[in-house]
Design a protein. Structure first.
Length: 94
């Protein structure tokens, strides 16, 4: 994307797609009947995604590995953890 439209347009598209992802995760949680625990987890994920975009805007490609690989690993595990914790509390009757 950045090679075709430039770095600024690529970063803007990334922000839009991250926003769509957060909304999709929230909708999936709502459809699955998950509680505030899951929603809190997704809001924390949103903070990680904001940090990812901030790293690239602030430091450029120097922090690319941290921004797109490390943060995406944390995001993936955070979504999984939020789901597991929510279902665990549900099974305990909380």
């Amino acid at each position: 994307m950045p090679a075709i439209f430039g770095q600024k347009a690529g970063l803007t598209l990334t922000q839009i797609l991250h926003g769509i992802a957060v909304l999709a995760w929230l909708a999936a949680g709502w459809l699955a009947g998950l509680s505030w625990i899951y929603t809190l987890g997704i809001l924390i994920v949103a903070i990680f995604l904001i940090r990812e975009n901030w790293l690239i805007r602030s430091f450029g490609l120097v922090r690319l590995n941290e921004a797109f690989f490390t943060v995406n690993i944390v995001v993936s595990f955070s979504v999984l953890a939020a789901t597991i914790v929510d279902y665990s509390f549900r099974s305990l009757g909380a």
